[in-house]
Design a protein around this ligand. Structure first.
Ligand code: PBG
Length: 325
């Protein structure tokens, strides 16, 4: 016999209890944020055809929806508004009676403990579908900041617990921080979409939120999927500007970036498991090609292993049922 020894890794995999004992990462309902799309009108639950199981919900149905989420152990929701009227400057995003502001009031009145995270962006509210103000085909940075600050302040006024700016204008964190502080909302944290790539994985979301750009694309403000160092620069500036959470988006193809951000910074890191990632799994599952439950749990556990503390996912309700079962 040679004196070369090999290691017996299988000792720790022998039985289910043994595997439970040495498992490094876990999914907990406390870590999930569930996105909700709110529409105007009443008695409406519009299924989003490209996202099976996801609906646009009218205000009057929000209390029952929130009760269901709470009963599943979901403690935070991310609100997106789908307004009837759009204009060139996205007035609906910062109107006192805008759809997200009204939805926030309804939810906080019904269930004050539910954490409302308000997505702060203009794309659902502008007729051109871009995340800022447009002039001569350009998305203007500093001019857009003013409107984003107004949106964030009106969301806080309505009772939002966390402001989540997703617009990718430079300086949005510091602008919104100052705006919130001046308006008396020093205690409201900012969950920044710090690292957001210009991704084809947002396709189904744009059906759900009716926010497809009417010309061009978002590549002058969202990041190039080929870049890694740029993600650290984006995250760094948001940390310096006062962000309280750092989102990395999308999730699956960017787990390396999640790990980089986790290693470099000490704020909570949030993975956004986006619409395209959801729809791919649902489509394959509907065809009987994959085991949906196993795939979803493996994918979400992968985010935790990659360093995410929190996960924004359309699968949150499914996971609650899997974990309960
Ligand atoms: C708004 C916004 C988008 C998403 C979240 N906030 C779309 C986009 O940037 O085009 C995408 C979420 C998803 O795909 O699930 N700017």
């Amino acid at each position: 016999m040679s004196d070369l020894q090999f290691k017996r890794h299988r000792r720790l995999r022998r039985t289910p209890f043994m595997r439970d004992l040495v498992r490094e990462n876990h999914l907990r309902m406390d870590d999930f944020i569930y996105p909700l799309f709110v529409v105007e009108g009443e008695k409406t639950r519009n299924p989003v055809s490209s996202m099976p199981g996801v609906e646009q919900i009218s205000l009057d149905y929000l209390p029952q929806e929130v009760d269901e989420l709470l009963s599943l152990g979901i403690k935070a929701i991310l609100l997106f508004g789908v307004p009837n009227d759009k204009d060139s400057v996205g007035t609906g995003a910062y109107h006192t009676h805008g759809i997200v502001q009204e939805a926030t009031r309804v939810i906080k009145k019904h269930a004050p403990e539910m954490l409302v995270v308000a997505d702060t962006c203009l794309c659902e509210y502008t007729d051109h579908g871009h995340c800022g103000v447009v002039a001569n085909g350009d998305v203007l940075n500093d001019e857009s900041l003013e409107l984003l600050v107004k949106s964030a302040v009106s969301q806080a006024e309505a009772g939002a617990d966390i402001i989540a700016p997703s617009n990718m204008m430079d300086g949005f964190v510091i602008a919104i921080r100052q705006g919130l502080d001046e308006a008396g909302y020093r205690h409201i944290p900012i969950m920044s979409y710090a690292v957001k790539y210009a991704s084809a994985f947002y396709g189904p979301f744009r059906d759900a939120a009716d926010s497809t750009p009417q010309f061009g694309d978002r590549k002058t403000y969202q990041m190039d999927p080929a870049n890694r160092l740029e993600a650290l620069r984006e995250a760094q500036s948001d940390v310096e500007e006062g962000a309280d959470f750092l989102i990395v988006k999308p999730g699956l193809p960017y787990m390396d970036i999640m790990r980089d951000v986790r290693n470099e910074f000490n704020l909570p890191v949030v993975a956004y498991n986006v619409s395209g990632e959801y729809s791919m799994v649902k489509a394959a599952a509907q065809n009987g090609w994959i085991d949906e439950k196993a795939i979803v749990l493996e994918m979400l556990t992968g985010f935790k292993r990659a360093g995410a503390d929190l996960i924004i996912t359309y699968f949150a309700k499914d996971v609650a049922k899997y974990l309960q079962g």
